[in-house]
Design a protein around this ligand. Structure first.
Ligand SMILES: NC(=O)c1ccc[n+]([C@@H]2O[C@H](COP(=O)([O-])OP(=O)(O)OC[C@H]3O[C@@H](n4cnc5c(N)ncnc54)[C@H](O)[C@@H]3O)[C@@H](O)[C@H]2O)c1
Length: 468
């Protein structure tokens, strides 16, 4: 069983990371001097020179995708603690007629990459505990930052990210690729058009059976070993928050969270590592399944699950429930829209054929324009990684606001700590800070955004596997 002392130990460990990062942020004068980041757009950029920090499995995929498929991007630098990972990026560039990136190797080398005048944007795909320090240092060095999920692992870290972004007026966008999935964007499109009525509840999560990771990739399993709570909330939460216009007219208010014991993990350890006490006897601090319920200020709810321990197929659930219909993505797609007027006084739903017509009609503009390319070019995770990178690069190139704000990063990522706090206090309600400081009340809703078709790479561009 997890104890309060365990949680405090966690907080102290996480606090240490924040303190290191805070030194970098301190270089930039008083907090909030640059003002709100809502609607912020930098001037258009001719060239977008990107430095990649952490070119491991996902980072190498991102490096190849961005250099090969995304227009206007130049990869000018890469950084990792392992030199061979930087070398393989260099080799990829040489093999494909691209300028090789400058290589920065070592645990602190990201600072030199951020300070490099040939880097305009820091793309942070390093290990999770490095997200915060790299993001803060990058913004303080005057660079826009795109960061892998979660943006920070503590509430303090989320605040530091917001304050640094406001102070430096640099973007810090969460690379929440699941916000760009075809059906997640369909949900947004239907919600905007009122076809679901008002979206009052969402069910979502990250359900990805990973007991075997403990054997294959212990690095990736370390958060499961060490953390209570939902340490990976944004893949599920992000798309629901977008469909509900969270931080733009509503905001996350409080949550309650409960977690099972590590029953399935324990059974797996005993079964797979019977003769290996070093692995068999590791005590998992994470339960098999964490379930949290978030309530918004405007009286809506979102159920978020994190399950890497039970024997069930991959799912993000993706259920958007409105006053006039619902859309569910996993395990199988279902769109149920109320017929108007209700038949025979009872609520009826569109038949499958009509629902399919609605699906086609309301496909998000970005998917209508670029969905074929996203899939045909193996754009990563069924194309959504490609669309995400395409969008932020297009926005920077043209001096437009980015799709997701630093406030989305902070409020979604804060669940990492807040769910743990709730679990460790017998599921007591925990407040979610208003990282917008009231800005949510007047911020404009999310928009249905697109890109022009003429910027897309040719469909016969040689393909790589960008999935990890
Ligand atoms: N959005 C998605 O779909 C998705 C999928 C997988 C992983 N991720 C995220 O991507 C990130 C990377 O995951 P991964 O699976 O590629 O892990 P990985 O371990 O393969 O990559 C992390 C890399 O960061 C490097 N690194 C660690 N400390 C560093 C430092 N101080 N400076 C520079 N580099 C450093 C490591 O050497 C490693 O190469 C994680 O944050 C993970 O949560 C996101």
């Amino acid at each position: 069983m997890n104890t309060r002392r365990d949680f405090l130990r966690d907080s102290m460990l996480l606090g240490a990371v924040t303190a290191i990062a805070g030194c970098a942020a301190g270089r930039f004068g008083s907090a909030g001097a640059g003002g709100s980041m809502y609607g912020y757009a930098d001037k258009p950029m001719d060239r977008i020179r990107v430095g990649f920090v952490g070119v491991g499995k996902r980072g190498y995929a991102a490096y190849r995708r961005c250099t090969w498929l995304i227009p206007h991007l130049e990869a000018t630098a890469v950084c990792d603690v392992d030199d061979w990972k930087c070398d393989r990026c260099e080799q990829f560039a040489l093999d494909h007629g691209l300028n090789p990136p400058k290589k920065y190797v070592g645990p602190e080398a990201y600072k030199a990459l951020c300070d490099d005048p040939n880097v305009d944007v820091v793309y942070n795909i390093a290990s999770r505990e490095m997200h915060l320090p790299v993001n803060l240092y990058g913004m303080c060095a005057g660079k826009h930052v795109m960061t892998e999920v979660p943006g920070a692992m503590t509430v303090d870290g989320c605040w530091e990210t917001v304050e640094t972004s406001e102070r430096t007026h640099r973007h810090c966008m969460l690379l929440e690729n699941c916000c760009y999935g075809e059906f997640e964007l369909l949900a947004m499109s239907l919600a905007k058009a009122g076809r679901l009525g008002e979206v009052v509840h969402g069910d979502c999560g990250y359900i990805h059976e990973q007991r075997d990771l403990f054997r294959r990739m212990p690095e990736r399993a370390k958060d499961t070993v060490n953390r209570t709570g939902n340490w990976y909330p944004t893949h599920g939460l992000g798309p629901v928050a977008v469909a509900m216009d969270i931080n733009r007219g509503d905001r996350l208010d409080y949550l309650v969270s409960a977690e099972t014991d590590s029953i399935s993990f324990r059974e797996y350890q005993l079964r797979r590592f019977a003769d290996n006490p070093a692995k068999r006897d590791v005590r998992m601090r994470h339960g098999d399944l964490n379930t949290s319920i978030v309530r918004t200020v405007k009286g809506k709810t979102i159920m978020v699950q994190h399950d890497v321990g039970l024997a069930r197929p991959y799912s993000r659930i993706g259920q958007f429930c409105g006053t006039h219909g619902m859309l569910r993505i996993f395990p199988d797609f279902r769109l149920a829209l109320e017929t108007v007027p209700p038949q025979d006084g009872m609520i009826g739903y569109l038949g499958d054929k009509e629902a399919e017509n609605v699906r086609r009609e309301y496909m998000h503009p970005l998917w209508k324009t670029a969905g074929v390319h996203a899939r045909a070019l193996d754009g990563g995770h069924d194309g959504m990684d490609f669309l995400m990178d395409l969008r932020w690069a297009y926005c920077l190139k043209n001096g437009l606001p980015l799709d997701l704000s630093v406030y989305d990063l902070a409020s979604w990522s804060s669940l990492v700590e807040l769910t743990a706090r709730s679990v460790l206090s017998r599921s007591a309600a925990v407040d979610i800070p208003d990282f917008t400081r009231g800005g949510w009340k007047t911020a404009k809703p999310f928009e249905l955004v697109d890109v022009p078709a003429d910027i897309l790479p040719p469909l016969d561009t040689p393909r790589f596997n960008y999935d990890i």
